[in-house]
Design a protein around this ligand. Structure first.
Ligand code: ZN
Length: 167
């Protein structure tokens, strides 16, 4: 296993769309391992392949309290969603920032394992929100795109301040 470098906002590569995984081989298993190691080192609760500059539809997450339940979703798609709610989100690609995002908190998802077997899962609460956040990355979207106008204003102001300090 190896930690990988995470692309940071506003890197344009974070805006590219990831392609479906077709080869369920050793490279894919290695990528999943590396994503988990990178995520646990943060520590974060989820990470997607495009964040480490690999445009494949793969994400990992672990929302367990003791970080003992790694989960891997290959080619995930949401089949149904319900119960919208506002959740405070963070992202390894947008360090030091957070914001309220409105998302479904109950979803049914279909995905494949690292061996290519198809499965369906119902996710609730943090697990549902985390999966949707990571799924956004596969389509080149970031949580900052989903902030309210006030949230976006705050985000931009914070960025401007940061840039001025760095200058
Ligand atoms: Zn993220």
């Amino acid at each position: 296993m190896a930690r990988r470098d995470v692309l940071l906002f506003p890197d344009p590569r974070l805006r590219l769309i990831s392609q479906p995984v077709e080869d369920f081989d050793a490279d894919l298993a290695q990528l999943a391992d590396d994503l988990l190691e990178t995520m646990y080192a943060e520590p974060a609760i989820g990470l997607s392949a495009p964040q480490v500059d690999v445009r494949r539809r793969l994400l990992v997450m672990d929302v367990s309290e003791k970080k003992t339940r790694p989960e891997v979703f290959v080619n995930p798609e949401v089949l149904a969603s319900a119960s919208m709610g506002w959740i405070e989100e963070r992202c390894m690609s947008v360090p030091g920032r957070s914001g309220l995002v409105r998302r479904a908190t109950e979803i049914k998802v279909r995905a494949q394992t690292l061996q290519g077997e198809s499965f369906e899962r119902r996710l609730k609460g943090l697990a549902a929100v985390c999966l949707l956040h990571e799924l956004d990355h596969l389509d080149g979207r970031l949580f900052v795109d989903r902030l309210s106008w006030l949230g976006r204003l705050r985000f931009r102001a914070a960025l401007a301040l940061q840039t001025r300090r760095a200058a």
